[in-house]
Design a protein around this ligand. Structure first.
Ligand code: PTJ
Length: 252
């Protein structure tokens, strides 16, 4: 489908098309299309913009990734279809790795996602097939299967577009979790250490830019940024941004 750039909903339609193509090529599960629709509904009431709450979280996330001993970027079907290059660039910029970790696990899809990430420059992709030989304790979903040298060893994990229970399970393992989720009220958003309430398509380029900016800072300064960030308060700010946006429509 060709979408004219002049269409008022060009970005949204282009993003949908990327996911549909990802579905046809075996990267995105049909459930991923539904998940995206859920996200889009929240994006709509955020004004389809990156707000101050997301910007605060992006700065904290960049500082956390730069101070991590072993940062790992978890990749699922939707994110591989939407922002493959940004995910690989981020892992490289923070000296980490990308790991395929799927809710609807399937060996063919894992390999396709890994191939996509390699095509976008990843020199190695963790978590594929037998490499995901460790388990996250007390996690029922297939997402429990992790690579011992990746998420298993990580101190900081970026988990974009989650399904809820893994963020708290990783937290119980003593790992710091960065979430990207358009729903500020989701379980993932509430249990992560840093929640970026924004569309992954806007948040990842901004996060990469922030990592490049903060790379000049020394460790002490980066730790201060992480220490002064309060996720609970920042989620409240995201909710306020939504209500403020909605208020514009009811004349208040
Ligand atoms: O590829 P798999 O097998 O790992 O499956 C991936 C999906 C996304 C299908 C799976 O993780 C899932 O079912 O997720 P949920 O439970 O629907 O949660 C997805 C969350 O991501 C929801 O809170 C959405 O609001 C949010 N979301 C959807 N699209 C975006 C988004 N957040 C940021 N940017 C988006 N583009």
């Amino acid at each position: 489908m060709i979408i004219p750039k002049s269409h008022p909903r060009y970005v949204s339609l282009k993003t949908r098309e990327q996911l549909v193509r990802g579905n046809r090529s075996g990267i995105v599960v049909p459930e991923g299309l539904i998940a995206h629709g859920r996200g889009e509904a929240f994006d709509y009431i955020l004004g389809e913009k990156t707000g101050q709450s997301a910007r605060n979280a992006i700065t904290a996330a960049a500082a956390l990734l730069l101070t991590a001993r072993r940062p790992v970027i978890s990749v699922n079907g939707n994110t591989a279809a939407l922002v493959p290059g940004e995910l690989v660039r981020l892992a490289q910029a923070v000296g980490g790795d990308v790991e395929v970790n799927l809710f609807h696990r399937g060996s063919d899809r894992e390999k396709r996602i890994a191939r996509t990430l390699r095509r976008f420059g990843a020199s190695r992709v963790l978590g594929v097939g037998k490499d995901a030989s460790s388990r996250v304790p007390r996690l029922a979903s297939m997402r429990r299967q992790i690579d011992p040298s990746g998420i298993g060893d990580a101190d900081v994990v970026l988990v974009p577009l989650e399904d809820g229970d893994r963020a708290s399970a990783l937290h119980r393992m003593g790992k710091k979790v960065i979430a990207v989720d358009l729903n500020p009220l989701s379980r993932t958003s509430r249990s992560a250490n840093v929640t970026i309430v924004d569309n992954i398509t806007r948040a990842l380029p901004l996060l990469n830019r922030e990592v490049r900016r903060l790379r000049r800072y020394d460790r002490k300064r980066l730790s201060r940024i992480v220490g002064s960030f309060n996720n609970e308060k920042n989620i409240v700010l995201a909710v306020k941004e939504i209500t403020r946006y909605l208020d514009k429509w009811n004349g208040t």
